[in-house]
Write a protein that binds this ligand. Structure first.
Ligand SMILES: [Fe+2]
Length: 162
């Protein structure tokens, strides 16, 4: 096990858990959404969360981190979705507002991590960058704004050389 700070491991654990919650959150929102395009976008955002969590999973294993029970995280994501606005425009506005802060937080996590975690941490940050890119392009009315999400979903973290 690599020697890393408790702050790094705790933060990594929390962010990993948030991706699992996030997948359930967006999937629940999609399920509740009647408008086909918004529903599709919410499904894509759920997939992006899952893709990010999967990329981070080897780091969780590498550092012997024990995240919260998956079922509890899913239940929490669903509960959050039920408290969220049911309207795509409102949700998207909230995300455009809050996601830059997440990008900054993920970059701080990257700075705390050991070199062997760098590629996967960068890939984790990248999911928020892709989501923001999508949100801004969608807000501008750009056709095919979802390509930002599809590009992330096709990508994999290139392992940093050991
Ligand atoms: Fe996320």
């Amino acid at each position: 096990m690599t020697r890393t700070s408790a702050v790094y491991r705790d933060t990594l654990c929390r962010y990993y858990e948030e991706e699992i919650e996030g997948e359930a959150y967006f999937a629940e929102l999609a399920w509740r959404c009647a408008e086909p395009r918004a529903r599709h976008r919410l499904h894509l955002l759920a997939e992006v969360e899952r893709h990010a969590a999967r990329a981070a999973a080897p780091l969780i294993a590498r550092h012997g981190i024990a995240p919260k029970d998956r079922a509890a995280l899913i239940a929490s994501g669903i509960a959050e979705a039920r408290a969220a606005p049911a309207d795509w425009a409102l949700l998207a506005a909230e995300m455009r507002e809050s996601y830059p802060g997440y990008v900054a937080a993920f970059r701080r996590l990257e700075a705390l991590g050991p070199p062997e975690d760098a590629a996967r941490l960068a890939f984790l940050t990248e999911h928020e960058v892709a989501a923001l890119d999508f949100l801004h392009r969608a807000h501008a009315g750009e056709a095919g704004a979802e390509s930002a999400l599809h590009r992330y979903l096709r990508a994999t973290p290139a392992e940093a050389p050991r």
